[in-house]
Design a protein around this ligand. Structure first.
Ligand code: GDP
Ligand code: MN
Length: 391
């Protein structure tokens, strides 16, 4: 689950991590009120920042520094409601519905800090780089040595000596080292307490008067841990998410929209990945990733069908099920019911194996609906690719 920068900064503040003074604004009036207050409190300028769930806002024109209240008004007008396009939004962009208005900082250096899980090492890794402000992926590709890493032993957690090493690698002044260590320990604690999957401060800045601030912050939470964070769950902003993915989440379906025209309905994430691969191998393009889970019921299968059909790009449906906990006959009954109820006219190709597969095939045959069943996964993939081409 992703959250906005302003929400992430609220979390950081609770962990003693310094963030600039500022507040979120949902309307132009609110934005002006916040800007007015910051100026009254002595701010030399304010920065108007688009709040969307994507990075690269600065380059896309979604971050502007204003020296006066008039300038702030002009930028707020310009950014609020705009369709902001960044390298992470895709060409259609994302509508800006909120702004963060913050006091500007007198930036000396722009650095980078980040915590992620390194799956290969099976450990969290704390990263620090002097090349902050820009796209860290680019830095990693061009000059991997510019990113310093501290691997975190899960048994003991992130240690102050590791934070000190990273602080020195950032070339911080001796007077900044202790503050930087506290800053990093705070980030680690925030990451752990919130069950994050990613926490990034880019840029992590030093100011002309030697202070440290998180000027930007991105936090993603581990969806599978959200059940134990009711408060964090409320930070979700569904206006930022794909409407079909929001609908899928209501039925506990793991759905991710993709660009192709072959809809996939699969049980199990591994099989879903293999299904997308084999569709491409057969010359087609999957329209989505969809894992209906091990124990899907009739209601979920119907919801899954409705979601797949709502994607106008879809021209054929590939149902690939290995009956385990979800028995094939139960699945077949649900598919037949859903196809009748939703009046599905698109070609449906199935590949079925596992528990009660014979009963399942019989239910499909006797349904009177036109399904094609592939005898192997490869054959089914070829059938569905051919069917999509014919549409
Ligand atoms: P992103 O582009 O989505 O990552 O948004 P950021 O919050 O990182 O902002 C992009 C850039 O805007 C930063 O790297 C800074 O150079 C600049 N910026 C952000 N806030 C301030 C500020 O308070 N003062 C100044 N001078 N520049 C800022
Ligand atoms: Mn940034």
């Amino acid at each position: 689950m992703k959250i906005h920068e302003y929400q992430a900064k609220d979390i950081l503040a609770k962990y003693g991590v310094a963030v600039p003074r500022g507040e979120v604004a949902n309307t132009l009036d609110e934005a002006l009120e916040v800007a007015k207050r910051l100026f009254a409190e002595g701010a030399k300028g304010v920065v108007v920042k688009a709040q969307i769930h994507a990075g690269g806002r600065g380059k896309g024109g979604g971050v502007k520094v204003a020296k006066t209240l008039e300038e702030a008004e002009q930028y707020a007008k310009q950014i609020l409601g705009m369709q902001l396009i960044t390298h992470q939004t895709g060409p259609q962009g994302q509508k800006v519905q909120r702004l963060l208005i913050e006091e500007t900082a007198a930036i000396d250096r722009e650095l980078y800090l980040g915590i992620v899980l390194d799956r290969a090492a099976a450990k969290l890794v704390f990263m620090a780089s002097q090349a902050g402000g820009m796209e860290i992926e680019e830095v990693a590709a061009r000059d991997p040595k510019a990113i310093h890493k501290a691997y975190i032993d899960p048994a003991v957690g992130f240690q102050p000596y590791q934070a000190r090493e990273l602080a020195f690698a950032l070339g911080l002044k001796p007077t900044q080292i202790n503050d930087a260590v506290k800053f990093m320990m705070g980030l680690y604690k925030a990451y752990m307490d919130t069950d994050s999957s990613l926490l990034e401060i880019n840029p992590f800045i030093t100011t002309k008067d030697d202070k440290l601030f998180a000027l930007d912050c991105k936090i993603n939470f581990d969806d599978n841990a959200m059940f134990r964070h009711k408060d964090l769950k409320e930070l979700r902003d569904i206006a930022e998410e794909d409407p079909l993915e929001v609908e899928a989440s209501k039925y506990a379906l793991n759905y991710i929209k993709l660009d192709g025209n072959i809809a996939c309905m699969v049980n199990g994430a591994g099989l879903a990945m293999a299904t997308m691969d084999i569709i491409q191998y057969a010359g087609g393009m999957p329209a989505n990733f969809l894992d209906v889970g091990g124990g899907a019921n009739q209601q979920q299968i119907e919801a899954a069908f409705a979601i797949l059909l709502a994607d106008k790009a879809v021209q054929a449906i590939f149902i690939n099920i290995f009956g385990g906990i979800l028995r094939v006959d139960v699945l077949a009954t649900a598919v037949v019911a859903a196809a009748k109820k939703l009046n599905v006219t698109l070609p449906i190709i199935l590949r079925l194996e596992g528990t009660n597969v014979e009963e399942g095939r019989k239910i499909l045959q006797e349904s009177g609906l036109k399904f094609q069943v592939g005898s192997t996964m490869k054959e089914a993939a070829e059938l569905v690719v051919a069917a999509a081409k014919r549409q």
